[in-house]
Design a protein around this ligand. Structure first.
Ligand code: MG
Ligand code: ZN
Length: 224
């Protein structure tokens, strides 16, 4: 089989523009300093469309029962569907619509933080745009990154997207109740995860039933 391999520099990809990434990193650092000053723990939630990011945030909120000290920044291209679902749990939510952009960046988070009432907030979830590729390239200033995938994405998700999983602090395999129907072996996905990122917790969940949620709370060291 013939394989064409790109050598980074020859790809036409504005997202890999060095200046842009450097600018993003410095803004991410500012965001982090600001969050630290305010004593807010921020978690970047990344995963494909439909993997269960919003459901996971809702399930965690339900479990920790401190929604008055939780804020959520919901990233999405155009809709407010997720923000409304999360607002129903009582957390304060700010919607960031990226238009055509397929990821959040540190500048958008900077703006969102400016717009938010952060008094009394201890925990901030950032729901990234549904995508397993470029969100990994754009640190936002969050303290931890959680990457969620679901068995409905098929058996190869981890091996096909090693970079984002390598940067994760927690890896979540969601919709575990559907594994059989999808003919996906969760143990194989766990082995893939260990190959890519051996030292981070791998948690199997059913975000809708609440299964596995307490393990995530422990893995993220969230106080309950
Ligand atoms: Mg969502
Ligand atoms: Zn993108």
């Amino acid at each position: 089989m013939r394989i064409v391999k790109s050598r980074g520099s020859e790809i036409f990809d504005i997202e890999l523009e060095k200046d842009l990434l450097a600018k993003n990193r410095s803004l991410a650092k500012e965001n982090r300093e600001r969050l630290d000053r305010a004593n807010i723990l921020a978690i970047d939630i990344m995963g494909s469309i439909g993997s269960g990011k919003t459901s996971l945030i809702k399930a965690i909120l339900k479990r920790i029962g401190m929604s008055n000290s939780v804020a959520v920044i919901a990233g999405d291209l155009t809709t407010t569907i997720d923000a409304e679902r999360i607002e129903a749990e009582g957390a304060r939510v700010i919607q960031v619509n990226t238009g055509k952009e397929c990821h959040l960046d540190a500048n958008l988070i900077h703006k969102a933080l400016n717009r938010m009432e952060l008094d009394g907030v201890k925990l901030l979830f950032i729901e990234n745009v549904g995508n397993l590729i470029c969100p990994g390239e754009f640190p936002l200033g969050a303290h931890k990154r959680l990457v969620i995938t679901s068995v409905t994405e098929g058996p190869h998700t981890l091996m096909k997207h090693p970079y984002i999983f390598k940067e994760a602090d927690v890896i979540v395999l969601n919709k575990i109740d559907l594994a059989k129907a999808m003919k996906v072996n969760p143990s194989q996905l766990e082995r893939d995860a260990k190959k890519i990122n051996p030292h981070v917790p791998f948690v199997k969940t059913n975000a809708l039933s609440g299964m596995g949620i307490s393990k995530i709370i422990n893995a993220l060291r969230l106080k309950t």
